[in-house]
Ligand binder design. Structure first.
Ligand code: IPD
Ligand code: CA
Ligand code: CA
Length: 272
């Protein structure tokens, strides 16, 4: 077992945090599956996005599990906000990423867990319970791809595509890209890549991390959408940044690539 101890919380390791994050993601995923295909109503949040009983139950379970194990850690979750901690460690939670898919019985939704140490995401788990597929990464440990079409657990690796013309590009909501400041750059990118699809939300980033797509663009992201993705993409050999090129959960946007194409993609999106 590797030993990546955390300064300020020496009894905690990246490996230990990752193991707990995977365990809790599976538990929260089971909660969402108990509602999958049965939830047809939702409350509208202030930003107009839907929240269901499953989102709330799954986040409550995650919070209980974290508090029981690490009472001094902070927690930021999409549905229940911020709980300050005393340790330099914060868990960043999106209990269901892709609620609109979830509500329609479409299986491409994810439980997202990111863990920050001193503000930097070092652990990321994206668990897609209805696809029985998970990617899980820890800084310096690598990224594992568990389940999915190949079955077993193996190393997650981005593709080695270097030509835009060979790339598959994804987004969540074409309408929101076309209404955003990168509309012109997006059209230019779409004209140059091989294939464009809309397999979006966190699933799109997971497809890049596992080498099945090269580029995923989302002009509207919150910290809980991004926290898990930074370690996942970087440990899989790719990159996740905001549109400004920062590896940050606070940029309000997210672009994942296989790394080779990142600079060119950001340039095109910015109209450079
Ligand atoms: C949404 C997804 C989507 C992003 C939206 C989010 P939700 O998350 O992450 O990709 O564009 O901004 O709200 O609401 O399904 O958790
Ligand atoms: Ca989300
Ligand atoms: Ca959500």
């Amino acid at each position: 077992m590797t030993d990546h101890r955390i300064v300020g919380s020496p009894s905690v390791t990246v490996d230990g945090l990752l193991a707990v994050a995977i365990e809790l993601a599976y538990q929260a995923g089971a909660v969402t599956l108990s509602h999958f295909g049965k939830v047809h109503s939702a409350d509208a949040k202030a930003d107009g996005s839907p929240v269901t009983v499953a989102d709330r139950e799954a986040e409550a379970l995650l919070r209980e599990g974290i508090r029981a194990r690490f009472p001094d850690h902070g927690i930021l979750g999409e549905e229940f906000g911020e709980e300050a901690g005393t340790a330099p460690i914060r868990w960043v939670l999106d209990p269901i990423d892709g609620t609109r898919s979830f509500m329609r019985g479409v299986p491409i939704y994810a439980v997202l867990i990111g863990v920050e140490v001193e503000g930097k995401p070092v652990v990321g788990v994206a668990h897609l319970p209805a696809l029985a597929e998970t990617v899980a990464a820890g800084q310096g440990i690598g990224c594992r791809w568990i389940g999915g079409s190949g079955g077993a657990s193996r190393s997650a690796r981005v593709s080695d595509t270097t030509e835009l013309g060979d790339a598959l590009t994804l987004t969540t909501d074409p309408q929101s890209v076309l209404a955003s400041p990168i509309a012109g750059g997006w059209k230019e990118l779409c004209a140059r890549v091989g294939v464009v699809r809309g397999w979006g939300d966190a699933y799109g980033h997971v497809l890049v991390a596992t080498g099945r797509a090269e580029i995923m663009v989302d002009p509207v992201l919150s910290p809980w959408d991004a926290a898990a993705l930074i370690p996942i993409l970087s440990e899989a050999g790719g990159r996740f940044t905001d549109l400004g090129g920062e590896e940050s959960i606070h940029g309000g946007s997210g672009v994942s690539t296989n790394g080779h194409l990142h600079h060119r993609v950001l340039g095109l999106l910015r109209g450079a």
